[in-house]
Structure formats: C-alpha cells, structure tokens
Design a protein around this ligand. Structure first.
Ligand code: ADP
Ligand code: TYD
Length: 209
C-alpha cells in the first residue's frame, strides 16, 4: 500500500484554493493515487453543521473564543471521521484549509494567541499537521476581483470583515510559512489556473518522488 499524504491549501478568500485543489486532485488521480478531496470548516456531516452555524450571517454572531472552539470542534470531527481513516488506508487527502486558517483568522486576525489556537488543535485533533501546506498568495486587488466575479459581492460572516482584518490574516499566513519552511510551500497564485497548477505540482515533487 502506498503511503497516505495530507496536503492542505491555505490563503485568503478568492486566491484560488478550491480551483487548485480540484486540479491537484485530478493530477494525483491520473497518477493512479487514491485521493480524497475535502474542505474546512466541513467535510463531515457534523462539521458541515458547525460550518453553517459559523458562516451564516443571521443572528448575533460568535465571540472570538466561541468561534475558535467551534472551528476546532469541526476540525476534530473531520480529522477523526474522514482525514485519519483516509490516511490510514493509504489515500492522499487534499484539504481546502486546515489548522493554519484557525491560526491566521482566530489567532492573527482574531484575538486569541497562536499558542491558544494550537492548544485547541492539540486537544481537538491530537495536533495533526499536513505533510505539506500550500499557501497561495495574490495581491489583495486580485483576490477582490476574483471574489467579485464568483460571489458578486455577497460575503459570508468572516469574508465580510474589513480590509484591516484580512490584511492581518494574510500577514499571519506569511509569517507561519517563514517560521516553518519545511512544512509550507508559498506559491504565487497570480496568472492562469494552469500556470498556478504547474507551480503547485513543482512544490509537490519531493512528496511524489
Ligand atoms: N488563476 C486564476 N485566474 C483567474 N481566476 C481564477 C483563478 N483561480 C481561480 N479563479 C476564479 O476565482 C474565483 C475564486 O477562486 P476559488 O478557487 O473559489 O478560490 P478560494 O477557494 O481560494 O476562495 C472563482 O470564480 C475561480 O473560478
Ligand atoms: C478553516 C477555517 C476557516 N475560516 C474562515 C475563512 C473563510 O472566511 C471562511 C470559509 O472558508 P471558505 O469557504 O474556504 O472560504 P473561501 O472559499 O472564500 O476561501 O472560514 C476561519 O476563520 N478559521 C478556520 O479555521
């Protein structure tokens, strides 16, 4: 049995994570690999239910601590029921966002410390980390343009937070990648989907060898 690998795609909204996740999964399947694609928050029934509670724009919203706990709870269910079993059977898991999103949004952008977010992850998901985290980066005006085309200006609860929040998030992602160069690949996600996909495949060369 081949060894299962866990790949996460990270970055702000509209950088192209879902698009690149689909293209990556297809390329891996072409190589004969068993591939599971999934996303956070979500991926299991329980985690999708929590996603709806987190991202709905109705009601009064969550405080920073409750929000961080809910993301961690969704992840715990996702890791236990979908990600770990897939890795154990030797599949590759391609996940749209993982714990670095919590570190960037609930930590860097939000109000909890990085250590607190990592504690929640240790308790919820036994600290599971991806083999490779692909951080897609574009200039803010490029993601804004892509989001306008995709969503026509209707953001979810978190997407609709201001530019200052999203710039703290982007800065946090960049600093995690600088601190953990072995675990991260930072990829320029401007250019056509095919051009970005080629960069993604280059970043995976070590794992595919
Ligand atoms: N390289 C690209 N160039 C132009 N548009 C893109 C590119 N990648 C994705 N898009 C488009 O931009 C929008 C956001 O992409 P998406 O993959 O949904 O991003 P994310 O998952 O990061 O929010 C979608 O409408 C998608 O079709
Ligand atoms: C996984 C995760 C997502 N989020 C946020 C980021 C997004 O604004 C939102 C939903 O993610 P997503 O649907 O991936 O948004 P997009 O495709 O536009 O990038 O949840 C967190 O704040 N913390 C987390 O741990």
């Amino acid at each position: 049995m081949t060894q299962g690998r866990f790949i996460a795609l990270e970055g702000g909204e509209g950088v192209g994570k879902s698009t690149q996740g689909r293209m990556l999964a297809e390329a891996l399947r072409t190589r004969g690999l068993d591939v599971v694609t999934t996303r956070e928050p979500g991926g299991t029934l329980g985690a999708e239910a929590i996603r709806a509670m987190l991202l709905s724009t109705e009601g009064e919203g969550w405080g920073a601590r409750a929000e961080a706990l809910l993301f961690a709870a969704a992840r715990a269910d996702h890791v236990e029921k979908l990600i770990r079993p897939a890795l154990v059977r030797g599949a590759w898991v391609v996940c749209d966002r993982f714990v670095d999103s919590s570190r960037a949004y609930q930590g860097g952008g939000g109000g909890l410390s990085d250590a607190e977010v990592l504690d929640l992850h240790r308790i919820g998901s036994e600290g599971l980390l991806p083999d490779l985290t692909i951080l897609l980066t574009v200039r803010p005006e490029v993601s804004a343009q892509r989001l306008a085309l995709r969503d026509g200006g209707t953001g979810d609860r978190i997407e609709s937070r201001g530019a200052a929040y999203h710039s703290r998030v982007a800065e946090a992602f960049r600093s995690f990648a600088t601190q953990n160069p072995d675990r991260f690949a930072v990829i320029d996600a401007e250019g056509s989907p095919d051009e970005v996909h080629a960069r993604v495949m280059t970043s995976l060369a070590g794992l595919l060898a």
